[in-house]
Design a protein around this ligand. Structure first.
Ligand code: FES
Length: 177
């Protein structure tokens, strides 16, 4: 009788909280996430379908074309080939995380705007990630360095992309962009 009265006044009193679900802790664009689903899920689908970070694009099942690149510990990596379980304790940066917290574009993003290096835009996030990785490795990249990037552009923006990467290199080094 007493229990029935308690339930009537507090219907949640007999609910036992679930244990905290185990999962994979991820750091993406400086924020912490816990993935409790399929550990083999490719990062690309976690970003796009779970977090709704849709900047990173599908290129192919093997990442050819470069539209699915993200930075993992500051190195460009294909997100379709990377299962989430390999990302514990690593830092992921997507195109959404390139700008500063105050919204100021990364110098390479600004250079893409200034050089009008964006056609349909599908390939652009991948170029930006590959370009940031390249500029980290080669602050003054040569034409050949840029041509070695795996990215493809069906809109024919390669020449303007090359100019944008060089403009960003100049801006980052303090020269006139
Ligand atoms: S801008 Fe359209 S595919 Fe590159």
């Amino acid at each position: 009788m007493a229990q029935a009265q308690a339930l009537a006044t507090n219907p949640t009193s007999n609910i036992t909280p679930d244990k905290v679900r185990e999962g994979i802790d991820l750091e993406i664009n400086g924020r912490q996430f816990r993935h409790t689903g399929d550990a083999d899920m490719p990062l690309l689908w976690y970003l796009r379908d779970v977090l709704r970070l849709t900047g990173t694009k599908y290129s192919s099942d093997h990442g050819l074309g470069g539209a699915d690149l993200v930075l993992v510990n500051n190195k460009a990596v294909s997100a379709i080939t990377l299962p989430v379980h390999e990302l514990a304790d690593k830092k992921v940066t997507t195109v959404e995380g390139l700008a500063a917290d105050d919204g100021k574009l990364h110098p390479l993003q600004q250079a893409f705007v200034d050089e009008n290096a964006i056609g349909c835009g599908y390939c652009t996030p991948g170029w930006l990630i590959a370009g940031v990785d390249l500029l980290n490795r080669h602050p003054q990249p040569s034409d050949n360095d840029i041509e070695q990037l795996p990215n493809l552009c069906r809109c024919g923006c390669q020449t303007r992309v090359r100019r944008a990467i060089k403009r960003a290199a100049a801006a980052i080094s303090g020269g006139h962009a």
